[in-house]
Design a protein around this ligand. Structure first.
Ligand SMILES: Cc1ncc(COP(=O)(O)O)c(C=O)c1O
Length: 401
C-alpha cells in the first residue's frame, strides 16, 4: 500500500516536463544545430495536424505571435482593435507595436470572455480587427464574434495563449478563425520555456508571417550557415527576430504528444474542485458549457462577496498562509496605469470586468498534481469559507449577475 504524504503546501504551478523533454533537447544540442531548423519545421507540421489548421508558424513568444498575426492582417497606424479588458497586457501591447489603438471591451460575466454585444457598441469606421481571448481555456462566443466581424469587415486574431487544447462546437481552437496565436510560456499547457505558434487558414498570410519572423529575409535564410544552404540572401522587408530554436521545438514535440493526457489530468482536478465547491453557496464554480471544451489551463473560482467576511485579497492571503499558491487572471487593463495614462481609461469604465476581477482567484491546477495536493487545496478553501462565512437568510444576489 502506498503511504499517504502529508501535504502542507501546493505551488500555483509545476511544469509537466521530465526526462523525455531533457533527452529530446540534449539530442538537438548534440546535433550542433542551435537555432531554427528541421525540428522546428517538424513541430510546425505536427502542431498544424493536432489543431487541424492549414498552416502553423513557430515563433519565439505568444506576444510575437500576436504581433506577426496582426501585421499580416494589415493592422497599422490609426487602426482600432477590439479586445477584452480582462487579459494579459501582451494582447493589447502587440496592437500598440503597430501604431494601432487597443479598444477595451467589457466581458460576459459567465465566461469572463469578450462580450460580443459590448464589442459591437464600440465598432467605429477605424475598427480593423478583433482579438477574442479564450481566458483560462474557456472558448469565446465565436459564432457571435464571427458575425460581428463579418458585418463590419473585421479581421479575427484569436489569442489562444490559454487554449491548447480547447474546442468550440467540435472544432479545435486553432482552426476556426483566420489567425490563432498560442503561447508556450513556462506556465502554459504546452511549454517550450518561451515560445509561440500562429495558425492560419490564409496561405498568403502564412508566407508573410514566415518572412517577417526572420528579419524579412527570404525563405531559406535559416540555413545560410549550413553546407547545403547559400550565403546569398535578399532582404525583402524590415522584419523581426522572432524565430523559435530547434531545442525548444524538440521539447514542444514531446509536450505535444502528451497534450491530450495533460488536459485529461487537469479536467479531473477541475471536476474534483467543482464537486467539492458546488454545494458552498459562498463560491461560484467555473461554468462548463455543453458545446465547448476548455483546456482547463486555469481554474477560476469566484467569491460571493456578500456572503463572506473576507474580500478576494484576504481570501488569497488565507490560502497563501496555508502554503497554497494562487493567482488572479487578470487585473483588467483599463485599471492599469499605462492604459489610463495613454488611452484615457479609468475605474468604472468596464463594470462587469471590475466586478469579476474583485471576485476571482485562480487555484493550482497542473497535470501532475498529487491526490493529496488536490485534497489539501479543497480542505483549505473549505476551511477558509467556513471561517469567513456570513450567516444570512435573506441574500439572493450573485457576483455573476
Ligand atoms: C492571454 C495571454 N495572451 C498573450 C500572452 C503572451 O504570451 P507570451 O508570454 O508567450 O509572450 C499571455 C502570456 O502569458 C497571455 O496570458
Amino acid at each position: 500500500m502506498s503511504e499517504k504524504v502529508m501535504v502542507t503546501s501546493v505551488p500555483f504551478h509545476r511544469a509537466a516536463v521530465g526526462e523525455e523533454e531533457a533527452q529530446a533537447v540534449s539530442e538537438v544540442i548534440r546535433s550542433g544545430w542551435m537555432t531554427m531548423g528541421p525540428k522546428t519545421f517538424e513541430f510546425e507540421r505536427e502542431f498544424a495536424k493536432y489543431v487541424g489548421a492549414s498552416h502553423a508558424i513557430a515563433v519565439s513568444t505568444g506576444t510575437a505571435a500576436l504581433h506577426l498575426a496582426l501585421e499580416a492582417a494589415g493592422v497599422g497606424p490609426g487602426d482600432e482593435v477590439l479586445l477584452p479588458t480582462t487579459t494579459f497586457t501582451a494582447t493589447a501591447e502587440a496592437v500598440t507595436y503597430l501604431g494601432a489603438r487597443p479598444v477595451l471591451v467589457d466581458i460576459d460575466p459567465a465566461t469572463m470572455n469578450l462580450d460580443p454585444e459590448d464589442a459591437a457598441r464600440r465598432v467605429t469606421p477605424k475598427t480593423k480587427a478583433v482579438i477574442p481571448v479564450h481566458l483560462g481555456g474557456q472558448p469565446c462566443h465565436m459564432d457571435e464574434i464571427a458575425e460581428l466581424a463579418g458585418a463590419n469587415n473585421l479581421r479575427i486574431v484569436e489569442d489562444a495563449a490559454h487554449a491548447l487544447p480547447s474546442e468550440y462546437r467540435g472544432q479545435r481552437i486553432g482552426r476556426i478563425s483566420e489567425f490563432t496565436c498560442f503561447s508556450f510560456y513556462a506556465t502554459k499547457t504546452l511549454t517550450t520555456g518561451e515560445g509561440g505558434m500562429i495558425t492560419t487558414e490564409n496561405p498568403a498570410a502564412a508566407d508573410r508571417i514566415r518572412l517577417m519572423r526572420l528579419h524579412g529575409i527570404e525563405r531559406d535564410a535559416w540555413k545560410r550557415y549550413r553546407s547545403d544552404g547559400s550565403w546569398r540572401y535578399e532582404v525583402l522587408e524590415a522584419g523581426f527576430k522572432y524565430n523559435l530554436t530547434d531545442f525548444q521545438s524538440a521539447m514542444g514535440l514531446v509536450q505535444l504528444r502528451k497534450c491530450d493526457k495533460m488536459r485529461e489530468a487537469r479536467e479531473k482536478i477541475a471536476q474534483r474542485y467543482s464537486e467539492a465547491f458546488a454545494s458552498l453557496e459562498e463560491l461560484v464554480i467555473p461554468e462548463v458549457i455543453p458545446d465547448r471544451r476548455t483546456s482547463w489551463h486555469l481554474y477560476i473560482l469566484r467569491l460571493r462577496q456578500d456572503r463572506l467576511s473576507l474580500d478576494r485579497d484576504a481570501f488569497i492571503r488565507s490560502l497563501n498562509e496555508k502554503g497554497i499558491g494562487c493567482s488572479v487572471h487578470f487585473i483588467p487593463l483599463h485599471l492599469q496605469p499605462y492604459y489610463q495614462r495613454v488611452l484615457g481609461y479609468k475605474a468604472g469604465d468596464l463594470p462587469n470586468a471590475e466586478r469579476q476581477y474583485n471576485a476571482c482567484l485562480s487555484l493550482p491546477i497542473f497535470p501532475d498534481m498529487k491526490d493529496e495536493e488536490i485534497e489539501y487545496v479543497i480542505r483549505s478553501v473549505r476551511d477558509t469559507v467556513r471561517k469567513s462565512r456570513i450567516l444570512r437568510t435573506d441574500v439572493a444576489s450573485s457576483p455573476i449577475a
